[in-house]
Design a protein around this ligand. Structure first.
Ligand code: HEM
Length: 337
């Protein structure tokens, strides 16, 4: 009887029909690496000094990691001859950035406590710190995640939303991750910091929904500004601020949406849609409420897990089994010498 159960358990696991989630908890590293959170924060501070935007870019990585097969740092794996990773997926290519900050954090963690802190947890801590360092709320992070053994470009392509998405689509997408309308609006408030490319908005400036016309919900003087920044046929890689205070984590983003000054279509649609509009209005006048709901949303998003087998990667870009071959060769040649 016991063996039969075990057999079915292994079968279901291998078919990925259900997930065992690792129990995540605060202070997970308090014995094995008590300074882990301090180390992450210090490296993030240095990154911020070098380039303010980089910490917003690192914060975004939590979203793009967690939505694709759970928070398992699959996003951070580089392509290999046998695996197309997620870095070149539609929403990530030429857009996600600051992977080198993650490398710096990992290097510092490995120096202090080799093989202890997962890259998946690193992203969760770093995202929290990015918000705090930009003037936003602090929250306690739950830790204990494992790093994936693989990544899936195809899954990322299928899941991650486009900047053209409307609120109805986003409500449905987030609900599939057990995230509510409140979570969707609060988490979109992450666009209180950072920048976006002209590539992500030209359609709404010149051809919204194939109309050959601009999105009528853009406030006219803001549209003029965006037209200058992103002329038709211009460089898609030019960037603009996601809200009027792009280095400060505050509720300005929601004030901008109320005034028709949202950068992305997926932003402004949160005000034009009657279901999400109530939250936008509320957050635009109550920053504390936004901070509270945002922190809650980040913790919920951080809980996403598939429970697949994992490891603590030594280098966030490659699975451990990919490295020993190089190391063995290196060690052997060293011994010979
Ligand atoms: C609700 C659906 C969302 C959509 C459709 C979306 C889409 C985008 C797009 C298109 C950009 C600009 C990328 C570019 O032009 O290269 C962007 C930037 C950004 N997103 Fe989102 N996003 C969403 C939700 C989130 C969430 C939940 C987070 C984090 C919790 C997040 C964090 C960020 C940050 C911080 C930036 C600026 C990054 C930088 O300056 O490098 N986004 N997002």
């Amino acid at each position: 009887m016991g063996y039969t159960l075990l057999f079915f358990f292994i079968l279901l696991q291998s078919l990925n029909l259900f997930a065992i989630s690792t129990t995540l908890k605060p202070n997970f590293y308090s014995h094995a690496c008590p300074k882990a959170e301090f180390i992450v924060k210090e490296v993030m501070k240095k990154a911020m000094k070098r380039e303010t935007r980089s910490i917003a870019s690192v914060m975004r990585l939590q979203f793009h990691d967690c939505f694709v097969n759970g928070c398992d740092a699959s996003l951070l794996l580089d392509d290999t001859p046998n695996m197309l990773g997620e870095k070149l997926a539609l929403s990530n290519i030429d857009s996600l950035r600051s992977y080198e900050v993650v490398d710096d954090v990992k290097e510092a963690l490995e120096k202090a406590c080799p093989g202890v802190v997962s890259c998946a947890d690193l992203l969760i801590i770093a995202a929290r710190d990015a918000v705090v360092l930009s003037g936003g709320p602090y929250w306690e992070v739950k830790l204990g995640r494992l790093d994936s053994l693989t990544a899936s470009q195809e899954d990322s392509n299928q899941i991650m939303p486009s900047p053209r998405s409307n609120a109805t689509y986003l409500i449905d997408l987030f609900s599939r991750f057990n995230l509510s309308v409140q979570d969707l609006v609060a988490l979109s408030g992450s666009h209180s910091i950072g920048k976006g490319r002209c590539f992500s908005i030209v359609f709404r400036l010149y051809n919204q929904s194939g109309s050959g016309r601009p999105d009528p919900t853009i406030e006219p003087s803001f549209r003029e500004k965006l037209d200058k920044l992103c002329p038709l046929g211009g460089d898609g890689n030019v960037t603009g601020d996601l809200d009027a205070t792009p280095e400060l984590f505050d509720n300005q983003y929601f004030k901008d949406l109320v005034n028709g000054r949202g950068f992305l279509n997926s932003d402004e649609t949160l005000f034009t849609n009657s279901i999400t509009r109530e939250y936008v209005k509320e957050y635009s006048v109550d920053q504390e409420r936004f901070f509270k709901d945002f922190a809650e949303g980040m913790v919920k998003m951080g809980d996403l897990q598939l429970g697949r087998p994992g490891e603590i990667r030594r280098d966030c870009r490659v699975v451990n089994s990919y490295r020993p071959r190089v190391e063995v060769l290196f060690e052997t040649s060293n011994k010979k010498g």
